[in-house]
Write a protein that binds this ligand. Sequence first.
Ligand code: GDP
Ligand code: IMO
Ligand code: MG
Length: 424
Amino acid sequence: MAVDVIIGLQWGDEGKGKIVDYLAANYDIVARFQGGPNAGHTLKFDGKKFVLHTVPSGIFRPTLLNLIGNGVVINPTTLKKEIDGLKAANVDYKDRLLVSKKAHLIMPTHLLLDAASESAKGKSKIGSTLKGIGPTYMDKTGRNGLRMGDIFSPQFKAKYHSLRNKHLNLLRVFPPIDTKKLADLEQEWFSSLEELKELQFVDGEYYINNALKAGKKVLAEGAQGAMLDVDFGTYPFVTSSSTMTAGVCAGLGVAPSKIGEVIGITKAYCTRVGSGPFPTELDNEAGERLRTLGSEFGATTGRPRRCGWIDLPALKYAIMISGVTQICMTKIDILNDFEEISVATQYHYEGQVTETVPYDLATIPVTPIYETHKGWQVELDNVKDYNQFPQVAKDYIQALEEKLETPITFISTGPEREKLVIRS
Ligand code: GDP
Ligand code: IMO
Ligand code: MG
């Protein structure tokens, strides 16, 4: 058995949560492999809406197991709040939510360091979600971090305090920030951690590999998106983890040979939240229209998302680095009323026309070259069968598919679970 993968192909918020929740019905295990509570994955079904940050999006499928893999960073306070939400919704999570002992812990002082680092950067700030992601991954790769498996050790508190004191010393190199709330944050953090001890802690790598050997079907759930990848995204305006398919191997402990289908998610247009380059951004009425119609406000921070047209050079890049085998296009319904839809096919860069994403995108801007398509101006929200799509919409999808050289097999026509058209 292989691990199938869902990843974002843009700058996050492509609708990964919705698609994982839908596809989870065909799997035995859903596993998150990177990121942390910077993610906000929205699920809508039976008239209810849930936003998940750390818990995998398979949790609402009654028999499915959900693993938080070693590549994820966990804030116990946030995870406990998510679990409280599951309890309130009568979701039986206890035997179905597993945590890798090797997942790292986000400490309250990581949040302070994130805030201090951002405020010191001033105008050049990353636009971090301020969830402590960067500082936690820094401690992981710096070999200082605390892991979930450590919480049962008698030395845990001593290790915590030693690292926390180091963080407080580090904070002195930044302009001063308010640390008054630290004691309260720490109290909540420790009490949340106590409650999380009811979860199942596993050696995630053995767990997944044994499951595969036993013929179980595994779906890996990505967070963020290709263009926020720490190596290949628009550095330094990226997150701190590997958001691509390779991240699945390191973040769950599965070999590259065990990777099966890779389903890349893209919106029918494009959004970005936070700072950094965004070649197709629309700072005009069309961008505002996309934001309003698409309700483009961050699921984690509530910040307005920057909006623009779909960017094929960036998508091709994402498909290349992650070996995407199928595409799922979401939010096509948001384009229903547009008379014309633009698609960036190339960039003008330093006097040249290029289809590649340049190394210095963050400092040397590119100008997109657009191709314009006629809009279909028909409601697609309730169309269940691809054959019933208007020809103009089919032409748009086919044109993109040809340019991306990858089949578009799923088309999402609304936020609800059932609003997904499967195209063979
Ligand atoms: P994720 O982080 O990739 O899981 O995406 P988010 O949940 O942050 O953002 C996607 C937003 O779009 C959420 O509000 C979803 O409910 C919504 N959504 C997902 N698919 C569709 C779709 O096909 N049409 C519309 N209108 N909304 C969608
Ligand atoms: P999901 O999983 C969209 C962005 C932040 C910021 C940059 C770094 O919901 O798609 P960080 O907090 O990671 O240090 O922030 O990355 N970012 C996201 N943008 N969706 C996300 O997750 C994101 N997670 C981080 O806005 O620009
Ligand atoms: Mg999101």
